[in-house]
Design a protein around this ligand. Structure first.
Ligand code: GLN
Length: 197
């Protein structure tokens, strides 16, 4: 919560692609704060885990106690949105190779699973509950969601694969919605804050 009582979303800013999320939140019209330390989570109502390199983020998490702080944040029912590397961090199981994770969304993700030739691409996908238009999706060395658990809803698909999933207040995209002009996904996440944001 900011001083004027408005809600704000934290953007994890220890590594990776956080600046474009801030720009997208400006467009959606919600406050934001960069989160560099575990204590920064105290002032925010939701959290974005951006793309980047999940292995690097994990190393920084361990030294900072950030992993426990994020799990506590989720346990308070606060919304978290992970994009690409952020989605990998949220999963309960990571393949290629197996690695540590926060284990907050019951799903198995395979890192860098689109292969080297098409390791980055722009495609369109369907998110029927969110938008009645095809959603532009930027994939950059993206993971593939290989399995989702019972409580996990698939909200978006591209080429038949799940690319946007939700488990209660938690949202994960294997693509980068912040790199397009389409606010659909961020708007959906911001709505999780409740009506007084
Ligand atoms: N390949 C990266 C990882 O495994 C994710 C890439 C991204 O976030 N754009 O962490």
């Amino acid at each position: 919560m900011t001083k004027n009582g408005k809600k704000a979303i934290g953007i994890l800013a220890i590594q990776g692609d956080f600046a474009m999320h801030a720009r997208m939140l400006e467009r959606v019209g919600v406050g934001w704060r960069l989160v560099k330390h575990a204590r920064d989570l105290q002032g925010v109502d939701g959290l974005i885990l951006p793309g980047g390199e999940s292995t690097t983020m994990l190393k920084l998490f361990a030294s900072e106690g950030m992993d426990k702080a994020i799990k506590d944040f989720a346990a308070q029912g606060k919304p978290i949105f992970g994009t690409c590397a952020g989605a990998i961090l949220l999963a309960t199981e990571v393949l290629n190779p197996p690695q540590e994770r926060l284990g907050l969304i019951d799903m198995t993700v395979e890192r860098n699973a689109y292969g080297r030739q098409i390791d980055s691409s722009v495609r369109f996908g369907e998110c029927p509950e969110l938008a009645d238009h095809p959603v532009e999706m930027v994939f950059i060395r993206a993971p593939v969601i290989r399995r989702v658990g019972e409580g996990v809803r698939v909200l978006g698909r591209s080429d038949g694969l799940p690319v946007l999933v939700e488990a209660g207040q938690l949202l994960a995209a294997t693509f980068h919605p912040e790199l397009t002009q389409d606010e659909t996904i961020h708007q959906y996440f911001v709505n999780k804050l409740g009506s007084d944001s």
